[in-house]
Design a binder for this molecule. Structure first.
Ligand code: ADP
Length: 472
């Protein structure tokens, strides 16, 4: 496990990479140079020996030495050749008998080797035996005008001197290689350490941010990559902080909103308890007020539950094909009594029949809130116009009222949870400040959009656009 972890470390991999790039070429170079040295030296030596042997060979032919090996001149030259090249010369007659051996070991013996046979057929052979370290040559002995071979000259020379040079070069190369290897390993180690340092810096900063939970930002700009990572992280951090802030604010608002009716109830109950001989009418009145507060508490909790449900069930819409005209008519019917109480005229105008794939319950809640607000925040004898229209892709619902309007600076806040324009006048009109948040959530879940236009004192227009076909 630990081994695996080491291999997954970027530092270790960089170390390996630099070490490999530094060391591998040295090894290849050494092997290449040594191999080419060996082949070049051997081929030079072969050419040398061959030319000497050929000269001697022609003299052997001239002196007819194969038939009579008494020539001092040739004997001396044979000796010289074998001494100079640290080798051995054998002369073989057509009967495959060795007539001269400079080592004096095999004279008179018979030799039938592949080289000898091929050489009798006129072939000149050079062979290098790298294992036993010698070069072997087989030269046919033939005068220019004769047809038959007089014999074959076999020369084998040692390559020990070449190999000594080779070994010396190899040993030197090894020393240089080890020295440069150590340097490369050190360089690789420091390189890897240096290159990975920004990531360590990043981890440290992240740990600091996490531990101290301060309003700090991450910035490691050593590499473009770490800078991009830092930026992306900061964006995410910003979003998370915003979410966290809004959640805290939401919890604070919820607590506050839920506490207000409770406080009122406590005040009412306390004042009843602290008085003696309270008349029954006062009890009745205070109890009425307490019931109202309970109702308010209930409304807030119901709205909160709808909101939470909307948040949690995001993506789990219960889609079916719904007749939007009928849906709006139902909403109007339900709200008409409230409108009539304030003598507000409620009109629905449908430009065409519309059927759409929507979640009936959620959409109906959203539209209900809009029409209800238009009635609630209206003036006496005012009007509310609801229109339904559609094109080939979307349907549009427009809720227009002749009400009190929304001040421009509040317009961008109306979808926030618990936001209510001007708490003092909203106090007479009951509400929780959650309705539009619920409406907007429901519309966004349908991939729709909502917009509000308003002029204070004149009225408000909400337009909703929702796709006819649901796209999940
Ligand atoms: P509420 O429960 O207070 O109605 P909403 O979220 O539905 O909460 O609305 C938020 C605030 O936006 C309301 O308190 C009100 O001040 C304002 N508002 C909403 N609709 C209208 C409208 N049609 N005309 C005027 N003001 C409106």
């Amino acid at each position: 496990m630990k081994k695996l972890k080491l291999f997954h470390s970027l530092k270790f991999r960089l170390f390996l990479l630099v070490a490999f790039v530094g060391i591998a070429p040295n090894i290849v170079l050494r092997m290449g140079v040594l191999a080419s040295y060996e082949s070049r030296a051997v081929s030079n030596r072969s050419i040398d020996v061959l030319s000497q042997a050929k000269v001697l060979g022609s003299q052997v032919v001239t002196y007819n030495y194969i038939a009579d090996t008494s020539s001092e001149v040739i004997n001396a030259q044979l000796k010289q050749l074998s001494n100079v090249y640290d080798g051995r010369v054998l002369l073989v007659n057509p009967g495959f008998q060795i007539v001269q051996d400079t080592y004096g070991l095999d004279t008179g013996k018979t030799i039938i080797s592949e080289e000898v046979v091929r050489s009798f057929q006129g072939e000149e052979i050079t062979k290098y035996d790298s294992k036993n370290r010698y070069i072997e040559l087989a030269i046919p002995l033939k005068s220019a005008d004769a047809e038959e071979n007089q014999g074959v000259m076999l020369v084998s020379v040692s390559t020990d001197s070449i190999m000594m040079n080779y070994d010396f070069l190899r040993d030197n190369a090894h020393v240089i290689e080890i020295a440069s290897g150590v340097v490369v390993l050190l360089a690789a180690f420091f390189c890897a350490k240096l290159l990975v340092r920004p990531f360590g810096k990043m981890t440290k900063s992240l740990e600091e941010i996490q531990a101290e939970d301060v309003d700090e930002r991450l910035m490691v700009s050593d590499y473009t990559e770490t800078e991009a990572m830092s930026n992306a992280f900061n964006q995410m951090l910003g979003r998370m902080r915003a979410i966290d802030d809004s959640r805290q604010e939401f919890v604070a608002n919820v607590s506050h909103e839920l506490k207000t009716p409770l406080t009122s109830m406590k005040v009412l109950a306390d004042s009843l308890l602290s008085q003696e001989d309270v008349p029954a009418e006062l009890y009745k009145e205070f109890m009425g007020d307490i019931t109202e507060e309970i109702e308010r508490e209930n409304t807030i909790i119901n709205d909160l539950l709808s909101l939470v449900k909307m948040d949690r069930s995001a993506g789990t819409l219960n889609i079916s094909v719904v007749n939007i005209n009928e849906l709006l008519e139902m909403i109007m019917k339900r709200l008409r009594p409230i409108a009539e109480k304030q003598s507000i005229e409620l009109v629905l105008e449908s430009f065409r029949p519309v059927s759409a794939e929507v979640d009936e319950v959620k959409l109906s809640l959203a539209l209900n809130n809009l029409v209800e607000n238009a009635i609630k925040y209206n003036k006496k004898d005012g009007w509310v116009h609801v229109t339904l229209n559609a094109d080939h892709k979307y349907f549009f619902v427009r809720v227009e009222d002749s009400g009190i309007g929304i001040p421009e600076e509040s317009l961008e806040h109306i979808y926030e949870r618990f936001f209510r324009v001007d708490k003092s006048h909203s106090r007479e009109i009951k509400g929780t400040g959650l309705g539009l948040a619920i409406t907007r959530n429901a519309i966004l879940m349908h991939r729709g959009a909502i917009k509000a236009h308003s002029k204070e004192g004149e009225g408000t227009i909400f337009t909703v656009r929702i796709p006819l076909a649901y796209v999940g």
